[in-house]
Write a protein that binds this ligand. Structure first.
Ligand code: ADP
Ligand code: ASP
Ligand code: MG
Length: 402
């Protein structure tokens, strides 16, 4: 007998029939004799619809009130799923994040889990109940409701698995596992049997939304046995683990991130301290910077451009403009018509020529590169957003032949 955490995403619980199907998977696991803790997301597009509802009332609601609203989506799915299991005659209880004791910091809208209470969960499990927990939510030190950031139910599931020392954490979704690229963009993408935590963390952080990046970070830290699989087709999915047997794989996937804005500061003085002053201003405004490029301009000037998340674009421009006199730039150029395409692979570091092959694929697709950034296990390029799919296809074909 094992303790298994099963998480089902929004599309897997989108309507009554899908909830019944999910209840069937849970019931089968339970009836095999396992203890089952379930984490659910809000149904279908509920979270987007709730955000829209908020905007109709107030285009700039406080983050606290937005979290209060968004957390309700998950509460609907857990109660409905519990009802479906009750109908099957199984003992079940649904619990909100607060009832479980999921404590987070106070960063509304993107809160981090600080601790998970296990007492209530253990008590229910000891009574052989199936426990269904609302994903994506917790409470802060004021007992106010927080949410964990979009896609955060994955992180709830992994946090519960870690806290309960579960034998397995299964993330059920609408695809059969982790693929070499988003199968919606590259239909010929190949399903991976396994992938390392490090590669998965890069892919998730670089735009592959199949797992919330913080869930992967946490699974790695606590050694959670993690699997991504389909809630529609019952077959093995992708194991995410510390080390895989696929040593000769140089590249494990291609990812796209369109949540990018590029800011270029033109006509900067070419002297020590310029970069420091710019990035200090951004750091003070709590803005995360991704790719940075410095190039030489004319007349002893230089240009520094960098990318930020779209949501931070306006705040970044405002902060820079407010400090224009100190920073000494002539012009500021802002655009969100870019996207970042990345390849990820732990084997990359030992294989010369990977970057050249990626750039060759882009050249063959006639795609211009604006910025490049690399690490030991990834190469990212910034390109025009309208070239995204073409670029991904060409790169995927170059490395995977399809
Ligand atoms: P859920 O609602 O189950 O949490 P998500 O929409 O968050 O599901 O994540 C699943 C989606 O992630 C898939 O439908 C797929 O389009 C997308 N995706 C992006 N990159 C990948 C990848 N490399 N492998 C699998 N799916 C991916
Ligand atoms: N419902 C939340 C969202 O749409 C959390 C999740 O699905 O994981 O982002
Ligand atoms: Mg998700």
């Amino acid at each position: 007998m094992a303790l298994i955490v099963q998480k089902f995403g929004g599309s897997s619980v989108a309507d009554a029939e899908k909830i019944r199907r999910v209840a069937g998977i849970i019931a089968d696991t339970y009836c095999e004799g396992h203890d089952v803790v379930v984490v659910l997301s809000a149904q279908g597009d509920t979270t987007d619809e709730l955000i829209e509802k908020a905007r109709e009332i107030n285009p700039k609601p406080s983050k606290r009130e937005l979290d209060m609203l968004l957390s309700t989506g998950e509460q609907i799915s857990i109660s409905l799923c519990a009802m479906a299991l009750e109908k099957l005659g199984l003992p079940v209880i649904s619990l909100t994040g607060w009832q479980v004791g999921i404590k987070t910091n106070s960063n509304y809208g993107n809160a981090r889990i600080k601790s998970v209470g296990t007492e209530r969960l253990r008590m229910e499990l000891d009574q052989r109940k199936i426990v269904i927990v609302a994903g994506f939510q917790g409470t802060n030190k004021f007992d106010d409701i927080t949410t964990l950031g979009r896609g955060g139910s994955d992180t709830t599931a992994v946090a519960l698995a870690a806290a309960l020392h579960a034998d397995l954490c299964q993330i059920y979704t609408d695809v059969e596992g982790v693929y070499t690229a988003d199968p919606r963009i590259i239909p010929s993408a190949i399903k991976l049997d396994e992938i390392t935590f490090d590669e998965m963390l890069e892919l998730a952080s670089l735009g592959a939304q199949v797992l919330h990046n913080r869930s992967v970070e946490m699974a790695k830290r606590y050694g959670v046995n993690l699997e991504v699989l389909s809630s529609y087709v019952r077959k093995p999915g992708t194991k995410v683990k510390e080390v895989t047997n696929m040593e000769d794989t140089k590249i494990s996937g291609v990812a796209k991130d369109s949540d990018i804005a590029r800011i270029a500061l033109i006509g900067l003085k070419d002297e020590p301290g310029t970069a420091f002053k710019i990035f200090r201003v951004l750091a003070k405004s709590n803005i995360n910077v991704d790719i940075i490029l410095q190039s030489v301009g004319g007349d002893d000037t230089k240009e520094i451009s960098f990318t930020v998340a779209k949501a931070d674009m306006d705040a970044a421009v405002q902060a820079l403009n407010e400090n224009k006199a100190v920073l000494g730039f002539k012009d500021i150029d802002v655009s969100d018509k870019f996207c970042k395409i990345s390849i990820v692979g732990a084997g990359m570091i030992k294989s010369p020529g990977i970057a050249a092959r990626m750039f060759e694929a882009l050249y063959e697709a006639n795609v211009n590169i604006h910025m490049i950034s690399t690490s030991e296990i990834k190469i990212s390029v910034l390109i025009d957003v309208e070239h995204a799919e073409m670029a991904m296809q060409s790169i995927h074909k170059k490395f995977f032949g399809v």
